[in-house]
Design a protein around this ligand. Structure first.
Ligand code: PAF
Length: 287
């Protein structure tokens, strides 16, 4: 595996790759790699000749008081994991390389970023959209891969790529879960053993949503009420939102009878903020 900290040598390497007529798959990450990331690398490998991964804890997508400084970082472990997956090139730039003095250009996707995560983390998607635009311009991949756990992030980036006529395709890969359903996340390492057990409440809520819609409950507010009660019954959990929204616009839906709905959750377990989501559909339709 080739590793790069600077943009210019990475660009030179990628020029060579393209001159050989090879396709490039790109997986942007913030490191602290887990099985969810590895699934993205493997999917990229099935679709593209060369797999490029970035590891960059992007300061501009963290708000004041969020976990930028404590975000888990273990570059040596990440390099080993990526190299075991036969990643071809790993880019781990410094903050100065990505945001040199004088930096002042931002990318915003205001409507899709206004709801859910965006409403609680102002500026988060501006930071994500900006850094992903920069990374896509640097790597110029054929396909870039994102996890479904951050579904709103996928939608924001997909919209941005189309609006800005970037040439790559955006692919979304299903969430990888622990045996008890907890979605893989770099932030799971913050959980104490007791919190780790409580954290299954997100998956339990998503499963309940699926059961309710399958049993014929069609009112979104009824499903939301039941999920809220389920989450509130978990003593270590503090609910931030339970949202039933249209999977393309992220606008609230009232009836679940008409098609596929996205159930999106944000819950604090102790001090750790976790998100998860699932698609649900009424009997006879497929989510
Ligand atoms: O999902 C992430 O890890 C980050 O938001 C991303 C896409 C790498 C941008 O910093």
């Amino acid at each position: 595996m080739r590793t790069f900290q600077q943009i210019l040598p990475l660009r030179t390497y990628l020029r060579g790759v393209r001159e050989e007529g090879k396709t490039v798959g790109f997986v942007p990450t913030m490191g602290a790699l887990h099985e969810g990331h590895l699934a993205l690398f493997r999917r990229a490998r099935t679709e593209c000749d060369v797999v490029v991964v970035s590891i960059f804890v992007n300061p501009t997508q963290f708000g004041p008081g969020e976990d930028f400084h404590t975000y888990p970082r273990d570059l040596n472990r990440d390099l080993q994991l990526a190299s075991n997956e036969e990643v071809d090139a790993l880019f781990h730039p410094s903050v100065e390389e990505m945001y040199p003095a004088g930096f002042q250009t931002w990318v915003e996707v205001p409507e899709l970023a206004a709801t859910l995560e965006g409403s609680l983390r102002p500026g988060h998607f501006r930071g994500v959209a900006t850094v992903v635009t920069k990374l896509l311009n640097i790597v110029q991949p054929d396909v870039a891969f994102f996890g479904q756990k951050d579904y709103q992030q996928f939608l924001v980036i997909d919209r941005m790529v189309r609006d800005l006529n970037l040439t790559c395709r955006i692919a979304v890969v299903p969430t990888v879960r622990e045996a008890d359903g907890l979605a893989m996340s770099s932030r799971n390492v913050y959980l104490s053993p007791e919190e780790r057990r409580a954290a299954t409440v997100l998956f339990r809520a998503l499963r309940r949503a699926e059961e309710l819609v399958q049993s014929g409950v069609a009112r979104a507010d009824e499903v939301a009420r039941q999920l809220e009660a389920l989450i509130d019954a978990e003593p270590l959990a503090t609910r931030e939102y339970v949202a039933l929204v249209h999977p393309e616009t992220l606008q609230p839906v009232h009836s679940l009878a008409t098609g596929v709905t996205l159930v999106a959750l944000a819950v604090r377990i102790g001090r750790t903020r976790l998100i998860d989501n699932a698609f649900i559909a009424p009997p006879g339709a497929t989510a």
